[in-house]
Design a binder for this molecule. Structure first.
Ligand code: PLP
Ligand code: LYS
Length: 440
């Protein structure tokens, strides 16, 4: 299987990430544990920046917070000079609390609430990616009330179907996101935005999906955007200064996955822009999430119970599951894993890795070859850096694991493990239910 970034097998036959022994990590910080390879996160960011620099086109790379957002992550994004895409007050709050400059943050989302818009206006974010007509007039109203001009991009739905799982396709016509291109909604939105004294339209956005392994969809989307640009230039005299092509660049979850190098995606977009925008080349923005953090994450679990059904299957249960990684249950996502404490041993049996939640669908991996698994082994599931911690939940009142950043032999907790007290922190017992002997 593929080990990413600084991951390697050390002299003890243990998995090591960022110079830290995984078995030691779990001993020190408890189990399960999300481990993030900081050097790999930074490397991926630099790959995007360098790929764009070598195109000689004006560009901006933002990190999509939704993939993995914590205070420490925002610091890294800031240090590496990227911008930040947020989609909620929570992601915005996290960024601001981390000291991330608001002028490098922009706000996405198909149902931004008035409170969220006001918070973002007040914070002074760089711009809003407006998703629909209701938001357009709400933002116009709230910007007017605040005595400011909100800068915007219009999110378009270009009608490009990315080759990926249905639930993570976003650019097809039948989508909850964005102004529809085919039916003329975008053109109408341009007209309305240009007529508003409280809005300043700067360009267009589109995002065709996630975990994409080819460049054709991006090329096609650029072509559609170019057509839109010339149409709206003729109709309204509007020339965009920004073209945001979204994220969606794939990663290698499994040995057989075939994502392209970052530079291939970037070059394809740049080439398509060059050939379709002969004059007035806009600034090209992208907003990768998964391709920045996905391969940098490893989740360490401890093996608990093992159940063998003769002639059917062997279930190996770990101390986490769909609460820390809902992706297999949601998208049939497939992962690879190894025994972190016996990483050099040959595979001996085929087992299936179950979570500890009360759902039959709480399976992390079906049919994986491993050395003979024993209770107490440390199982490392790789490529869990995106949409794992950020999608984690407390189903069955299971606590969310800690997150540790590792680098050059140092390990720092960036998110503490939830405590049992955390689980009831916001609970209240109404007066009428209180009994003398009930605590709290
Ligand atoms: C609008 C938008 N931008 C960026 C992203 C990040 O995508 P990815 O993590 O695939 O790069 C998403 C999620 O798919 C998205 O919906
Ligand atoms: N949450 C999805 C990707 C994000 C889709 C956002 N538009 C995943 O885990 O693959």
């Amino acid at each position: 299987m593929k080990l990413h970034g600084t991951s390697r097998i050390n002299e003890q036959g243990h998995l090591e990430i960022g110079g830290c022994d995984a078995v030691e990590l779990i001993r020190t910080f408890g189990s399960p544990l999300y481990v993030m390879d900081e050097a790999l996160i930074r490397h991926r960011m630099r790959q995007f920046m360098e790929a764009f620099e070598s195109t000689n086109l004006p560009f901006q790379v933002a990190y999509a917070s939704k993939a993995f957002s914590t205070l420490a992550m925002c610091r890294i994004v800031d240090e590496e000079g990227l911008h930040l895409d947020v989609v909620s007050d929570g992601e915005l709050f996290t960024a601001l609390k981390a000291g991330f400059p608001p002028e490098r943050i922009y706000f996405h989302g198909n149902n931004k609430t008035p409170d969220e818009i006001q918070m973002a206006l007040h914070a002074g974010v760089r711009l809003f990616v407006v998703d629909n007509f209701v938001e357009l007039s709400l933002l116009e109203h709230l910007a007017g009330q605040a005595g400011t001009i909100a800068r915007i991009l219009l999110r378009t739905t270009p009608g490009v179907e990315a080759h990926t799982h249905n639930y993570i396709q976003t650019g097809q016509e039948d989508s909850k996101f964005g102004f529809d291109l085919a039916s003329g909604q975008v053109q109408e939105a341009v007209r309305q935005a240009m007529a508003s004294p409280n809005l300043r339209l700067e360009g267009y956005h589109c995002h065709i999906g996630s975990q994409i392994f080819e460049v054709e969809g991006f090329r096609l989307a650029v072509q559609k955007m170019a057509n839109l640009v010339s149409e709206c230039r003729e109709s309204f005299g509007f020339t965009p200064s920004i073209l945001n092509m979204g994220g969606g660049f794939g990663i290698r979850y499994r040995e057989e996955d075939t994502p392209l190098p970052v530079s291939r995606y970037v070059d394809a977009i740049a080439e398509a822009v060059r050939s379709t925008f002969p004059q007035h080349v806009p600034e090209i923005w992208v907003e990768p999430g998964r391709s920045i953090t996905g391969e940098a994450g490893t989740t360490l679990y401890t093996v608990g119970t093992i159940k063998e059904i003769p002639g059917v299957r062997k279930y190996v249960s770990v101390d986490g599951g769909m609460n820390d990684n809902p992706r297999p249950a949601l998208y049939q996502a497939e992962y690879e894993a190894l025994l972190a404490n016996r990483a050099l041993e040959e595979p001996e049996e085929t087992v299936s890795i179950a979570g500890k939640l009360c759902e039959s669908g709480d399976m992390l991996i079906w049919d994986i070859s491993l050395p003979k698994v024993k209770t107490g082994d440390v199982l490392a599931v790789t490529c869990t850096g995106a949409y794992n911690y950020s999608m984690a939940n407390n189903y069955n009142r299971v606590r969310r694991p800690a997150v540790v950043f590792v680098r050059d032999g140092m390990a720092d907790v960036v998110v503490e493990r939830e405590t049992l007290e955390d689980l009831t922190r916001n609970d209240r017992i109404p007066e009428r239910m209180k009994k003398e002997h009930v605590q709290g």
